[in-house]
Write a protein that binds this ligand. Structure first.
Ligand code: 13P
Length: 253
């Protein structure tokens, strides 16, 4: 059985005070109300990593993640944050290749392969995002594109390294639009990704890889999405910014 994960991607939202309140409300609700053993990750803006991590203390269920890191380990890269820095702060996860990074910051598959490598080298688990824009889905190119994204940035890894990667399938047309992929669409793509992993690493390895769905996950649709056999939880944007909504999403896992 693969571990279920529900990760909240806070993106560039919240003041420090609001962030503290959100984290503490979710922590309380999860402790009081959420059964099962789904793991929860708050992927917070860089400045909030330590405050939120310290607030969580030794919480066994909830951890923190960053939303990006540099492909470089150190040096004259003003404004960047490195994987060794994250590691030194005890941060276990980092989102890499989010479609917003690909779209607004020009990150491509080759660059992301470097980021994946540097994250793994320093003991971080990448949450690697892939997903197609609307026009690609409409032209029926979605499976080929997502397979290519996975190949370009992950297929150079050996099996042991791959097992530390969490994959998040996030169709771009479903992000922040209120349009969710149907459970069937999500399941179909997750199965395609897993089959593609199996073609390179074998079925046994592919079966261990956690694949999250992201794109307008909310309290109403989480349970159905997370019940699909190849959907191992979610990467949640908007609904992770409200404690009640996020808690309900977590309950779906
Ligand atoms: P929404 O849940 O707001 O659609 O965002 C999804 C996302 O981008 C998570 O990384």
């Amino acid at each position: 059985m693969r571990q279920k994960i529900v990760a909240g991607n806070w993106k560039m939202n919240k003041t420090l005070e609001e962030a503290n309140i959100l984290a503490s409300e979710v922590t309380g609700m999860v402790a009081d109300e959420v059964k099962g053993d789904a793991k929860v990750i708050f992927c917070v803006p860089f400045p909030y990593l330590l405050p939120i991590k310290n607030q969580l203390g030794n919480n066994a269920r909830i951890s923190v993640g960053a939303q990006n890191c540099s492909e470089h380990e150190s040096g004259a890269y003003t404004g960047e944050v490195s994987a060794p820095m994250l590691k030194s702060m005890g941060i276990p996860y980092v989102i890499l290749g989010h479609s917003e990074r690909r779209q607004y910051f020009g990150e491509d598959g080759k660059l992301l392969a470097k980021k994946v490598d540097v994250a793994l080298k320093h003991g971080l688990s990448p949450i690697f995002c892939c997903g197609e824009p609307l026009e690609v889905r409409e032209a029926n190119g979605h499976e080929a594109l997502v397979k290519k994204q996975v190949e370009e940035s992950l297929f150079h890894l050996d099996a042991d390294a791959l097992k530390k990667v969490v994959i998040a399938y996030e169709p771009v047309w479903a992000i922040g639009t209120g349009k969710t992929a149907s459970a069937q669409q999500a399941q179909d793509m997750h199965a395609v990704i897993r089959k593609h992993l199996a073609s390179k690493y074998g079925q046994a390895v592919a079966d261990t890889i956690i694949i999250l769905y992201g794109g307008s996950v909310n309290a109403a649709n989480a349970k159905e999405l997370f019940s699909c056999p190849d959907v191992d939880g979610g990467l949640v944007g908007g609904a992770s910014l409200k404690s009640r909504d996020f808690t309900e999403v977590i309950k779906g896992a």
